[in-house]
Structures are given as C-alpha cells and as structure tokens.
Write a protein that binds this ligand. Structure first.
Ligand code: PLP
Length: 384
C-alpha cells in the first residue's frame, strides 16, 4: 500500500472543494461572491505589518525557543489577567503555527488508539478527522438548534465514559456563531472531572463577539485538565501568518514543547514579534468588529426573509448557520446556488450529520457584496 492507513481517516475539507469549484468558474470569467470562506477580508492592521518588517530588518529571522518567545508568552498571560482576571503563567503558554498546529499537538499528546473523544455535532470539520487520524474514536453530542445551538448537557453526560480522554469544545462555534456561557463550561468540567478527562476549548473566535469584549473562557473554570487554544488568525486578520497558542498546565505543556521541538522547531520568529503588537491593538480591532457586526445585522435581516430558510441568532464569529426546508442535500443546494446565483456557500453536512439541510454563510465579505449575494440567492430560491 503506497500510503499509510492513517490517511484514509481524513476526508477532504468540503469548504475547500466548493472554493476550488468557485475558482474554476472565476477562471472561466464568471464573477462569484464568496460567502464560504472562513477568514477576514480585511488586511492585517498596519502596525502589525510594520512590526514584522522591523523585526525582519532587525535580523529576527532565526528559530526561536520551541515554546515561543518569552515576551509574547508574557503578553498573552497578561491579557488573560486583564480581560478575565485569570492567572496564567507564561510557562503554561506555547506558541504554535496556528490553532491548527496546537490542536494537532494536543491530540498527538492525548489520544491513544481507541480512546474516545467527544465533540459536538455540528462542529469544525477538522476535529473528527484529526482525532481518527490518531486512532481515537469520535463521539458526538448535539448542539440544540431549537435552543440557538446550545450544548445538550444531558446528552454529554450520557456520552462520556471511562474510555473518554477528551471533550473537545469550540466556543464561539464555527459554524453556528454561538458561544458557551461560564455556567455551561462549568457543567462540562463537572462531567469531565468524574472521568479525569481533558477538556479542550478552541477559543479562536473569543474576541470576535458582538455583545461583550470577549467570550467566557474554559480557563475561568480553574479545571486542572483544561486546555485552551486561541490565535491571531481571526480577530487580527492574520490567517496567513500562521500563529496561535496553547494554554494548559505544565505537564502537558512540556509534552507539547517536545512535540514542537521534534516536528516544527518553533513558530515563525518575526510573526511572534508582530503578534505582541497585535495583542495591544484597540481601535483597529474595534473598527473591524463594528463592521462585522453591521454585516451580521444585514445578513440576518436578509435570511429572515428568505423563503424556506430558518436562521439562528449568531452572537460571535462571522458565521450564520440557517436550516432550510428544501428536499436537497446541503451539497446539492450549495452547488445549485453556486451555479445559479454565483454565490459560494459551505454545505452544512461537512460539519456533521446534524449539519445536513443547513448552509453556512460567512459574512467575512463587504456589505455591498452581501446585499448582491442575498438578492441573487433569493432569485435562485424562487425557482426551486
Ligand atoms: N479552529 C476553528 C474553529 C476554525 O474555524 C479555524 C479556521 O477556520 C481554525 C481553528 C484554524 O485556525 P488557524 O488559522 O489558527 O490554524
């Protein structure tokens, strides 16, 4: 066999498939509006770019400590205190090449063959693939659509067993745009405690919330086996910089550092320098958030009037995850809308079984484009 059996556990990332179809249409000269992409359309704020250039010119072009430069780890720890009054030691922070890499490290460190990891349904598609890649078994717990996609705590309780090594949460959530309250996070921890399981919360959208400065963090529960992932991609429009971080207790951190040393050596040196500036931005971040908020209101007002669609109310990130009543799979409907309306959307099925008959709309696009896209979708829907 030419490739490892591990690889068969990974499925193609559906959003990328739609994106490549859309690109193909664009190459043929057709104009497509992208509401499938999960990244900010804003450029990285200028002070961050300037700091990176300064670092490059100043010779900051070498490997760093595997765990990440102390100045950035200190800054991250300080921000947890400033925003949440949670004490984090810089020694409990590891800088990674994006949250994706952090996730990979944690799963590599925790998942054994046949150990169980609980995720939500719907959830960010990469979770289940990565868990299976490491030989783990995936168990799913519903997000209750009728309750604005809140976590079904009773079902979680039933899904956890002595074989559970990890409960993996994502708050705020991609694709639903909803987030867990402090109370819900505590309830999850209480369940995990009984089985001595880790709880990991991917908080990559923590700052992109519209009714407060940031969302509650799993770190606020004080749970010993808590792991938080966060990063710079979303809030600071830095997806291409590939920078994120892990916050967890020292023993797991030392294992993560060992993985970093062996697999990647370190995260990018000049990106780490620039990230210190990013963490201290105020105006630029607020301006991006205000714009996202206006887009959110706009897309919601259009979705509410779209025949056959029923939308949830997102309070964070830049996604809406409406369900629809047409007898078409989410893949088929996304393909239809791409061809007919020239709007790219992400089929909900890629996020789990409960994601079927849903589409993910990303409003990381201009208000003008959202207006046009929603008008074209409305016309295409009329013809169904
Ligand atoms: N986690 C979630 C929930 C995401 O939506 C994404 C990107 O869309 C990532 C992680 C990847 O983050 P990064 O760019 O930091 O690797």
């Amino acid at each position: 066999m030419p490739f490892s059996s591990r690889l068969s556990k990974l499925e193609p990332f559906e959003v990328m498939e739609i994106l490549s179809r859309a690109k193909e249409m664009e190459r043929r000269g057709e104009e497509v509006i992208h509401l499938e992409i999960g990244e900010p359309d804003f450029p990285t704020p200028e002070p961050v770019v300037e700091e990176a250039v300064k670092a490059l010119r100043g010779g900051d072009t070498h490997y760093t400590e595997a765990q990440g430069i102390p100045e950035l780890r200190e800054e991250i720890a300080e921000k947890y205190y400033e925003l949440l009054k949670v004490e984090v030691s810089p020694n409990e922070v590891t800088i990674t090449g994006g949250v994706s890499q952090g996730l990979n490290f944690i799963l590599a460190a925790i998942i054994e063959r046949r150990s169980e990891a609980v995720i939500t349904d719907p959830a960010y598609p990469c979770y289940s693939g990565m868990i299976k890649f490491y030989g783990g078994k995936v168990k799913k717990v519903a997000l209750l659509e009728e309750k604005n996609y809140s976590l079904d705590i009773e079902e979680l309780q039933k899904s956890v067993s002595k074989d559970t090594s990890l409960i993996l949460l994502n708050s705020p959530s991609n694709p639903t745009g909803t987030y867990l309250s402090k109370r819900e996070l505590k309830q999850v921890v209480e369940i995990a405690e009984d089985y001595n399981a880790y709880v990991l919360c991917d908080e990559i959208y923590s700052g992109l919330v519209y009714d407060r400065q940031r969302t509650p963090s799993l770190l606020e529960t004080g749970y010993e086996k808590a792991v938080v992932l966060d990063g710079f991609s979303k809030l600071y429009a830095m997806t291409g910089w590939r920078l994120g971080y892990i916050v967890t207790e020292k023993k797991l951190t030392s294992q993560v550092v060992k993985l970093q040393q062996n697999f990647y050596i370190s995260a990018s040196s000049f990106a780490q320098r620039a990230a210190i500036v990013a963490l201290n931005l105020r105006e630029e971040v607020e301006a991006m958030k205000r714009e996202f908020d206006m887009r959110r209101e706009l897309i919601l007002s259009k979705l509410e009037k779209l025949r056959g669609f029923k939308t949830n109310y997102p309070r964070a990130a830049y996604y809406v995850f409406p369900g629809y009543s047409y007898d078409m799979s989410s893949r088929a409907l996304a393909e239809y809308l791409l061809e007919k309306a020239r709007v790219a959307l992400t089929p909900g099925r890629g996020f789990g079984e409960r994601g079927e008959y849903h589409l993910r709309f990303s409003y990381a696009n201009s208000r003008e484009n959202i207006e046009i896209a929603m008008e074209r979708i409305k016309d295409a829907i009329e013809e169904l």
